[in-house]
Design a protein around this ligand. Sequence first.
Ligand code: BGC
Length: 448
Amino acid sequence: MSLVDEVLSKLTLSHETAVKIKSLLQSEMVKGLERDSGSTLKMLPTYVHDIPNGTEEGDFLAIDLGGTNFRVLKISLKDRKYKQVEKKIELPLEIITDTQQTLFGHLADVVTEFIKDNKISATLPLGFTFSFPVKQRSLTSGLLITWTKKFTAEGAVGKDIVELLKAAFDEKQVKVDVVGLVNDTTGTMMACALTDFNCHVGVILGTGTNACYMEQIENIPKWTGDKNQKQVIINMEWGAFGDATSGDPQEAGALAEIRTEFDKELDVSSPNAGKQRYEKMISGMYLGELVRLVLVQLTKKGLIFNGLASDELLTRNVFDTSFISNVEDLSNSDHSKTREGLSKLKLNFASEDLDIVLKVCQAVSRRGARLAAAGVAAVVEKIKKVDDCVVAVDGSVFQKHPTFSGIMKETLNELLPGNKIQLKRAEDGSGRGAALVAAVAVRMKGKL
Ligand code: BGC
C-alpha cells in the first residue's frame, strides 16, 4: 500500500462497520423514542400527523431558515400543483452569529419587503421551515434545543421560535399567521408525499444533514400529545448521532471506531465542539474542510505539493463542497478544475498531485455517502418498509455531488440486498413543504 493510501484507508467504511452503524442507529432510535434523554438521537415528534391528501388548496406564505440562504415564498396550491414566487437572500455571518433580535428582525424586514413587492394584502397562513433541533409543543410552537451549522445567534436557545418570530414582526407592525413550524426534513417528506403515497422518509443532505419519518404513536412511549392520533412524523436529528453526551467534547461516543484525527480536529475547532458528529462526517458544511485537513497531513508528510503548504492551504474552511464536486466531476478527467482550485490556493503542484487530490476527495465523499446510506437503511428497516419505500431527499450534496447519490444507492443494496427503496430527489422540499404543512393544518382545522 502506498503511503497516501495508508492515510486514506482511515476513511474507509467497511461493510462490517456500516452494518454496525446501522444497528447502533436503530437502538439509539428506540431509546430516543422512549424518553427525552439518554440517546444521541433526539427523535422529536413534529405534530405533523398527516401527509397531504391532494385536496389542499389556497395561497400560503412559507419562510425557510436553516441553510446558507433565507427564503420567503408565496405558494398557490391547487390539484397537487404549485405556483410560486420567491425571494432568496444570503444571510451574512454577522446576522446569524449576533443576537436573536438581530436575526429575527432581519427576517421580518425581508418578509415585509416581500409582502409589499408582491402586493399581498391578506394575512396568509404561514409555514415556517426552521431547520434546527426544536422540541415542539404543538404544530405552532417549539423550543430551540441548540443551534447547529454556522448559526449561534444569542438569546434563542431554550426559547419558543415562533414567539421570537412573532415578536420581530410585531415590532414592524406586520401581522403573520404562523400555522405550522417544520423542520426541512419534514417539509421535504411532505412535498414528495403529495405525489408519492409511499414516501415515508425525508432526508436532507445539504449544509447539514438529518432525517424524518412517519412513526406509529404506539412505538413512541414518550408521546404526550393526543392519544387518538395513530402516527406522527419524527424529526430524528440524526446529525447528532455519536455525540458526546457528557458535554465533554473528548468523550469517545458511538462513532469512536471510525472517527479519524481529521474528524477530531474539525470538531474541536468548530463552534459546536462535541456535537453533530455524524453530520460533520457527511454534510456539505464539512466535507471541504475534511479534504483540506487530509491534504495538510499529506503535505506535512511530504507526499504532496512537494511538502510545501501555502498559507491558504493552512486556512480553515478554504474549500467548500463545490470544490470536491468539481474535482470528482466526470468532465474533469483532465483535472482542469482541480488545477484552477489549487492555483487559487497558491499551491505548487505536479501532475501526480492532481491524482492524489482526486483520491482524497473521493475517499471523503465516499465515506460520507456510505454513512448516509447506513442511516437510510436503519430507518427504512426499522419501519419495515424495505419492500416499498420512497425516500425524499433534498440538499446540495445529494443534488450536486457527482457520485454521492450513486454510492448511497450501491451501499443500500449492500446493506439491504433486494430492497425496493427509491431515493427520490425532492426539489425545494423546505419551501414547498412548509406551505404544504400549512395547507394540511388549515384543512384539518376545517378552514378551507
Ligand atoms: C439540523 C437539522 C436540519 C439539518 C439539515 C442540522 O444541522 O440540526 O434540524 O434538518 O441540519 O438542514
